[in-house]
Write a new protein. Sequence first.
Length: 550
Amino acid sequence: MLRITELKLPLDHAEADLLTALVTKLGIRAEQVTRFVIFRRGYDSRKKADIQLVYTLDFEVPPPVAAYLLKKFKRDVNLLPTPDTSYKFVADAASLGTKHLRPVVIGFGPCGIMAALILAQMGLRPIILERGKVGRERTVDTWALWRKSELNTESNVQFGEGGAGTFSDGKLWTQTKDPKHYGRKMLQEFVDAGAPEEIMYVSKPHVGTFRLVKMVEHIRAQIIALGGEFRFQHKVVDVEFEANASSETQKSIRAVVTENAEGVRETLRADHLVLAIGHSARDTFKMLFDRGVHIEAKPFSIGFRIEHPQGLIDRARFGPSAGNAILGAADYKLVHHATNGRSVYSFCMCPGGTVVAATSEEGRVVTNGMSQYSRNERNANAGIVVGITPDDYPGHPLAGIAFQQQWESRAYELGGRNYFAPAQLVGDFVAGVASTALGGVEPSYKPGVTLTDLASALPDYAVVAIREAIPAFEKQIPGFFMADAVLTGVETRTSSPIRITRRDDDLQSLNVRGLFPAGEGAGYAGGIMSAGIDGIRVAEAVAQSIVARK
């Protein structure tokens, strides 16, 4: 097959126009095209009065015609042979043998899901340990916080089947380099699990929370059918090592210790351990550090959630095409470099969604954004966050955790100590005065918000930078500096504050053989897709390690 990119058509084009545009561009007859499929569909909205759809098509023509086209367009980067994007397993049950311990995957978020699935598909029968509950039970616990301010510290937005990505917008794209097309494998598995086919070709695919829950259940069933084993409500509380005969500075994984909901502990032998624990497993981070696993501090970001009417964002981005079904609810991506040297940017933008309570610890308030597949809620929301570095919380590799907790506790105080979130109108925030009444934007955060002054909710440098950034963003999104728009605090868990450092060659911990740090919690991903891709890479590294030990 051949692939053509940057094929542009009007937003309201007919289906038959695709073939016409293809053959017109190529200068061939329509009957010479035996088949074509859409590989990617995006849009160009730079001219709001003339938004165009932008296609990448894979098509088949007879070999002589293909040779003619490749010669004719040899200097055109938009016409090339279609690359092979199929997934190829690095090992299988026959090559792996049976004389090895089953690999253990800790955590069943996006990274753990893909790691466990690939291991199962290779015949390795992984054991999956998840501290939280299965998806549907977890959903009940999560709603208890949102509706009744009742927090379950082991079953919430952060912990449980599906990980933090379950209660999000379900974004399925990433800017991570993916030369082996692992993302394609992940999307196909999601489609097989019930996601809509369009996620294979739209430029910014998403699925939303309700669909994600069902998809994860389907993948879990597939892993079980392939010999995998799940142990929910099994929190990892310790790891055991043994001396590494080949190195004085390294040790090797020997076992993992779990504790179930009744407090019963169990030791599970393991020599290949995938650590896919997510960015909020702070107690596990501390346990690993105390056991001597190499951990270092890394940058992350903190800020607020901002809410505008979705219609305002649609009109600003799409002009007269706002509301078009193909375009859907509009998103945005903003960056401002403040005069105090800080970078402010939009994070995890959720069109037509809600701001959600995302804490996993008592006495703390954390916000996040979530959307359903329809993205039809009245507000758009996004994190407006400021980049910080370990220089802002020096001293200890885990100091970033304490830094996050400080501001999450402050948000709990400002919100009224009942898991309400502190909030302020954008106009009041920029002016530096406390808010006393809402305007035209109704905050979506549940269980509720307490209007206040957010000036003390973040470090001074962050407040100053965000105050400068919001009016600057008005130049890119007319109406962004809307006086009645709402800021809700705080957004602290944009990414992990630590990196469990691993080697580039085999993806194992710097100083513990058999330990494979993976995904967001280990500091190697950010978002559903990048975490899942990292899970695939780590699963392959595990299989290759098992083969090498034979």
